[in-house]
Design a binder for this molecule. Sequence first.
Ligand code: ZN
Length: 181
Amino acid sequence: MVAPGRIFAEATALNPRHHQHLFVPSKLAYIRGKRPRVKCILCSVARGDKKVTPLVAHETPGFLVTVNLYPYNPGHLMVFPRRHVEDFRELGSAEGLELNRLLALSLDILQKHYSPHGFNLGCNMGAASGASIEHLHFHVVPRYSREKSFMDIISGTRIFAEDPKKALRALRKAFQKAPKG
Ligand SMILES: [Zn+2]
């Protein structure tokens, strides 16, 4: 996948008149910061390490839900265990239940806030699968039946992303309001 920031930069360079409608890439770069030098980025997020960007939308005893720093689509969430697990089969049954509930809750909240037509839901295990982070994490990605093609993106006709911090504030509120249990 091409980094969204790069697509942005290309889109705005090709079509400056659309610039004001697009999320400003330099701001995105500022929010993302430099890739932190930590052993495991998700363990660092779980610990509340100040070296990593805090994008936590929701927390439970065993799991975290974060806004993805490199979203494929607006509303792209990640759900992952606090403890460092690399294989789905290492999760216990109580963790499995907690994960199941969180994924369902994430789908409910994204459905309400983004009204997508579908979702991609899943995880990559191992470098060969495309996983760039070893720590097990599930992606929840809202999808739209009229999503534009890559050509639309680079020609600047698509609003590609939203400000992750703005998304984070709205989603955090939604998770707080969600019924518990
Ligand atoms: Zn980890």
